[in-house]
Design a protein around this ligand. Sequence first.
Ligand code: MSP
Length: 512
Amino acid sequence: MVTPSENAPAKFYATTPIYYVNAKPHLGHAYTTIVSDALARWHRLIGDDVHFLTGTDEHGLKIQQAADAAGLAPQAFADSIAPLFAEAWGKLNISHDDFIRTTEQRHRVGVQKLLQACYDNGDIELDTYSGLYCVACEAYLTEDDLVEGHCPIHKKPVEYVEEENYFFRLSRYGDRLLQWYRDHPNSIVPDYRMNEVTGFIKQGLLDFSISRNSFSWGIELPWDSKHIAYVWFDALANYITAIGYGTDNEMFNSHWPVDYHLIGKDIIRFHCVYWPAMLMSAGLEPPKGWAVGGWLLVGGEKMSKTTGNVVNPLDLIDDIGLDGFRYYVLAETPYGADGDFTYEGLIARYNSDLANNLGNLLSRVATVVGKKCGGMSPAPRSDSPLALPAAEAVRETMARWADVQPSRALEATWQLIRATNAYLENNEPWKAEPGPALEAVMGDALEALRIVCILASPAIPETAQTIWERIGMPGQITAQRLPSAVTWGGYPGGISIDKGEPLFPRRKLTEN
Ligand code: MSP
């Protein structure tokens, strides 16, 4: 028998939603993906064994219709869009370990196994559904959900549908779900979303249809090939099929249950009500956690292909730089709340936090060390006045990442940057004579900068590495491990400093 060693790293499995391939990647998709990526990077830094999954959602009526409109077969259509997501995530430096497409064979096998498990457990039965359906949501709506007769999210008319379908007996799971949430009160972050979920369950759950027989773009039910699986049943299963459910038991057992599903608030019911019930039915454990994000709005509206207010993240990178964009997305809005994307906001955040704070700190340190220490770095003092602010920044940054609050984590990290800039302003090393006093100040500032680099690296991986190298640190930041790597005193001193070009030149607002 293999017994895990006491020091075996904790596993950390995190997922993004899988994105519909009816639209090209936009800022809204990038938002959830960057937050997930930064969280995954943070967990690698604290030594967890991370598995980070993203992918694309390729079945269902919405995709079938988009393919029809493009004059392509659905598979060919999906094949033309899915790579755009993979490419965009490459450009955004997303560190996913796997990318699943729901048209892959491993997914088909796993979905059929899940369907069969729920069916064998008596939770799937044939029935007739009649009611309203929004194709853009791929969801049934009630009259009460509508706003002026339209879907409240997509502002489009809904369809009346009547079909004989297989139903999942969600109504049987209300009590079990409520009990589960009572036993796991911290599983949904931010915590205010928990009430929304339990409140919805308490209203009484309706069974939901899990099959379609009016079109064929999907995965056949194993016991009735006239029906295909409802796209949400199919899509949710990606979180287990990608880690081997139905194809690689050992891998599945080593990753499941997931630590965090990162999702947008619009898909909370699917993830926090339907999905755990489906898992319970199949005899699997519910997720350990959900991190529910708000929307990044443009002009007060959710960005979507359907409403036509799409911002392409890749255009923004060309303008502000990759890490400038990643930083903005992570720092601007507390995770969970809605944010309003504006170009002015992007430039303002970049100029204040990156150009004026971080960029300025690096250039001051490198300039003074270059001019007054012969380009060789001094070592920090163990009793430095910056040691306490550094320890506080470390503690707070760690706590905020643990809560999935990247904006607060970065705020805590930036406190150390501010404290270090203030320390330099008080000591004015640029005016001081070379000598031990000046060297002490510069050694302290370099050590603070080293710690900042590590703490900020999940958000701005490329630039953090560049700063790391400029201050003479060897190797990759990604090889650093917390907490030991951020304990005060790790900067060795006596290494040559490279001033380099400004990392974050100030930007002016441009017309476009
Ligand atoms: N395919 C489903 C998810 C299935 S997961 C098993 C889907 N896809 S989506 O492409 O429409 O949206 C995916 C995610 O992107 C959702 O969490 C949604 O909230 C998020 N966003 C899409 N537009 C967004 C913004 N404008 N702002 C923030 N997130 C948004 O739903």
